[in-house]
Design a protein around this ligand. Structure first.
Ligand code: TPP
Ligand code: SF4
Length: 554
């Protein structure tokens, strides 16, 4: 963490004592620092479904532990889950058994896991449970830039937000102690910039995993109304302890500068680095509250506001801190940030945006020669199996221009771009099938949808059961490329079982077709698909061929 010379540090406790002897140091991505922090805290189970920018957390745990002993002998269980809700519930089961668990996913994954996540605040945990939700401000590879801190507030649980790899490691490692002390899951809020930045991290020794100790409070895990009312009241009571922790923990630091009253800064997570970068040239730093732990440390915010004339709030994501300070009726002093336009309302922060908000003159950056290239949308790889499917869908659309195709999330979403332009929606994982159902129910014809094999297992099976029961007139394409290509080629649970799963969900086997997604079968595939599109009922087409990138890797 950059040091801030010459400031009065009012609540910064001494750094933890070194753990005996020389410390090991490793270059780690922010994601990897979380993974290793969990392993060193005595992790017994890691759970996840791939999603940028969180994927590397699970992959690191797997890489580090898969050759180790079984869980019963101190090892770590690490197998991808079918989706984030399943991952969260598996982690809860591990915690119920008294052992420590880590569940990680991208921010929208938390929407999928929201049901168990919210309820786990009420039930509480036994073995420590850390949930890392990796936000993507600026939407580098996401559909939105929702802010997971609001979920932690919603579930009434503590959250930590690292600004360096070292903090990511230490917050995770120590988070397990807090989780077991408060008997609550703890959220680690990550952002893309830190998740994918590499830095040297000092490591502490690995702690032994917890022994198997099944919960002695099964009633607390059984959220019948009478139990849930009691537990929710107890969660409300814990809020005071949580606030006391947040106001005294080392992740929240108030540094008052009595010489500079005009401006105070509140900087959360990586925004703190951007402030330090801008004051790094020796300029005097105003009073600053660095926030790395939530609930928002009210007392420290109040102390800062009392010490200065106005406050600038810098936070990646939503104006979460700023909004709470301003509240409904306004703050006692001017508060600047995303809400009053001092900082752009959306998008990722960076040192230049922060510099401008601080009122500093722009720094001259070394200009790079600009080459004007024609705009080129991202496209499917040459030889991609999805190309063969989309060529046929395009032909169907040319024959029947009223055709609508509901898309989903994966490499195949690129079918929305030229030259195919074969997708008319993409909202969230699994929505292709459910939205196609709704549109068919509204009377639209013909209705098609495309979904990848991994996305189908994640959240396409449930709507397909309903479509099979109602024999909804639509044609579902499950594009089986034997992998989860978009997130880097993780194994797909659909491998080898797709047609049987589809039939098992109740789809009439006469209208289930496994096709080879290859140019040389184009004519016969087109014929089958034409027939099924004309059929006034549910059909499922499974074009199959391995992703060429995955095949090459093998
Ligand atoms: C809720 C949620 N979880 C994870 C992701 C990240 N993600 C996007 S697409 C995808 C799966 C892609 O695999 P598949 O459906 O097989 O299509 P492919 O990329 O292989 O064509 C994942 C995991 C996401 N966008 N939303
Ligand atoms: S990675 Fe695989 S699935 Fe994705 S576009 Fe390339 S070939 Fe197609």
């Amino acid at each position: 963490m950059p040091s801030l010379p010459g400031l009065t540090i009012t609540n910064l406790p001494a750094r933890e004592a070194k753990h005996g002897g020389t410390m090991e140091r490793r270059p780690l991505l922010g994601d990897e620092a979380i993974a290793l922090g969990a392993i060193h805290a005595g992790l017994s189970g890691a759970y996840s479904y791939p999603g940028t920018p969180a994927t590397e957390i699970f992959e690191f745990v797997h890489r580090e532990t898969h050759n180790g002993p079984p869980v019963g002998e101190g090892g770590v269980h690490a197998v991808w889950s079918a989706n984030e809700k399943v991952a969260y519930e598996e982690a809860l089961g591990m915690s119920y058994a008294g052992r420590r668990a880590l569940v990680s996913f991208k921010h929208v994954g938390l929407n999928v896991a929201a049901d168990p996540f919210m309820n786990s605040g009420v039930s509480g945990v036994d073995g420590g449970l850390l949930v890392c939700s990796a936000d993507d401000p600026g939407m580098h590879s996401s559909q939105n830039e929702q802010d997971s801190r609001i979920y932690a507030w919603f579930a009434m649980i503590p959250a930590v937000e690292p600004c360096t790899g070292q903090e990511a490691y230490e917050m995770t490692r120590e988070g397990y102690e807090l989780s077991e002390k408060l008997r609550l899951p703890i959220m680690i809020r990550m952002v893309t910039r830190l998740a994918h930045s590499r830095s040297g991290v000092e490591l502490a020794p690995r702690r032994e995993p917890n022994p198997l100790r099944p919960s002695e409070r099964p009633a607390d895990w059984t959220l019948l109304p009478a139990n849930a009312r009691r537990l929710f009241a107890s969660l409300a009571e814990k809020q005071a302890d949580m606030l006391a922790w947040s106001e005294s923990c080392r992740w929240n630091q108030l540094k008052l500068n009595p010489k500079s009253r005009k401006l105070g800064i509140i900087a959360a997570g990586v925004a703190y680095n951007y402030v330090c970068e801008n004051y790094g040239d020796g300029a005097e730093m105003p009073s600053i509250l660095k926030i790395g732990a939530y609930p928002i440390p009210k007392r420290l915010v109040r102390e800062l506001i009392e010490a200065v004339d106005e406050v600038l709030v810098l936070e990646d994501g939503y104006p979460f801190i700023e909004g709470q300070i301003v509240g409904l009726l306004g703050a006692p002093k001017p508060i600047h940030g995303r809400l009053d336009g001092a900082v752009p309302r959306t998008g990722e922060l960076n040192p230049d945006i922060v510099r401008k908000a601080l009122g500093m003159p722009a720094v001259a950056r070394q200009s790079t020669p600009t080459v004007h290239l024609p705009a080129r949308p991202p496209r499917l790889c040459d030889g991609c199996p999805h190309i063969d499917s989309y060529q046929i869908v395009r032909e169907i659309m040319d024959e029947l221009p009223e055709t609508r195709v509901f898309g989903d999330i994966g490499c195949y979403t690129l079918g929305a771009y030229p030259p195919y332009q074969t997708i008319h929606s993409c909202i969230d994982m699994g929505a292709s099938i459910s939205m196609a159902m709704g549109a068919a129910q509204a009377g639209m014809r013909p209705v098609l949808c495309t979904i990848g094999d991994s996305t189908f297992i994640h959240s396409g099976m449930t709507p397909l059961i309903g479509a099979a029961q109602q024999n909804t007139p639509m044609t579902v394409f499950i594009l089986d490329n034997s992998t989860t290509a978009m997130t880097g080629g993780q194994d797909s649970m659909a491998d080898g079982v797709l047609a049987n799963v589809v039939k098992g969900l109740g789809v009439d086997p006469e209208h289930v077709h496994v096709l080879q997604a290859h140019r040389k079968f184009h004519d016969q595939n087109l014929e089958i698909i034409r027939r099924e599109v004309a059929y006034e009922g549910l059909s499922v087409i499974i074009p199959t061929r391995e992703c060429v990138v995955t095949a090459k890797k093998k």
